[in-house]
Ligand binder design. Sequence first.
Ligand SMILES: *Cc1c(COP(=O)(O)O)cnc(C)c1O
Length: 383
Amino acid sequence: MSASTFDHLACSACEKVFDRNQLLNLCECGSPILARYNLPLAWDKLSLKGSTMWRYREVLPVYNDANIVTLGEGMTPLLNVPRLSSLIGMPNLQIKDESVNPTGSFKARGMAMAISRAKELGVERVAVPSAGNAGGAVSAYAARAGMHAFVFMPKDVPKAFITECEMNGAHVELIDGLISDCGKHVAANKAANGWFELSTLKEPYRVEGKKTLGYELAEQSGWELPDVVVYPTGGGTGLIGMWKAFDEMEAMGWIGSKRPRMVTVQAEGCAPIVRAFHAGTLKAEPWVGASTKAAGLRVPGAVGDALMLTALRTSGGTAISVSDEELLRCAKMIGETEGMFVCPEGGAVLAGLIKLRDQGWVKPEDKVVLFNTGSGLKYLDVF
Ligand SMILES: *Cc1c(COP(=O)(O)O)cnc(C)c1O
C-alpha cells in the first residue's frame, strides 16, 4: 500500500496513456506527459501534516516513502507586504517567497520530485540544461540520492550557480550559447552516456513538484484563491503546475470553480509567450537572440507553450514583458520596502504588476499574489 494515489501517465496533447512505472520523456507526438491520479475524494484537507511540500503526499507521484529525497522544500511563507502595498497602491498584495527553499529557489520543488521518482525507477545518471537554479537544485538532490548529475549551462550564467553545482559534486559543462543550445547538447549525448534527461516538462515529475505551489497558495489563502497570480515565466513549469493543482483540488472538493487570472511576466529581451499570447496563437515561436539579466527568464522556446497559453487564456489572464532596467529597479524596491533580497525574476513580477495597474488591467482592490521565485544572493554579479 502507498499513500500516493498516482495512477497512470497521459500525454497532455494526444491523451495517449502510459503505465506509471515507465521511465519516460516526451510523448511520441512531442508533447509533455503528465501524471494522473485516482484523486482521494475522501481525503480531508484538514488532516494535512508536515511542514514541507510532502504534506500533499497523496497527490504526489512517489510511490514508496523510502524513495523520497528531501531537503525540506516547500511550505514557504505567503507574506503580506504592507509597505510595498501602500507604495504602489495595491492594498491586497502578497508575495510568496520561494527564496527560502533549499538551494535558494523554487527549482527545489521540481527537482526533489523528479529525483525521487528517478530513484524509484532505478536511474543513476541524470542530465539537465539549466539557466542556473535548475542546475543548483539537481546537483543537490542528485548528491543526496547518490546519483551522478550532469549540468549544462550557458557560459555567462551568474558565477554562484557554477560554484554551487561544483560544490555539490555535479559534472558541469559550460556551453557557448543559450539554454536551448545546452538542451541540444543533452539530447545529442544522452544515449551514449546513459543519462536520463530532466529538462523542463520533458519528463513528467518536475511539474508535479511545482504544482505544490498551487496547493500551498490555496491552503495559505484559506482555500479561497486570489484574484490575480503573477508569475515570472521561463519554461512555465510553475504556471502549468499550479493550473493542474487547481483542477485537482476542485475535483476533490477542496476549492470551488473560481480561478485566479494567471499572468505571465517575461523580459523584453526574451518574450516568446507574451508575443504568442497577444498574437492569439496556440503555440509560441522560439525567440531569436534571447537576452536578459533575469537568467530564469532567458528561455527562447518552451515545450510547455501550448499548456501555458491555455492556462493564461482560460483563466482570463494576460502576458506582459518588462525591461531589464525595470525588473532590477523593482527588485530593489522590494528589498527597500520589505527586506526581501529577491532574484531579478522576482523584480520582474513587480514591474509587470505596476504596468498592469497603470493600464487598469488590475484594480487597486484586487487580491494579487506575486511569486518571488528565488534568492538575490546568487545574482551578485548581475546586481
Ligand atoms: C527557472 C526560474 C524561473 C522560471 O520558471 P519556469 O517554471 O521554468 O517558468 C523563474 N525564476 C527563477 C529564479 C528561476 O530559477
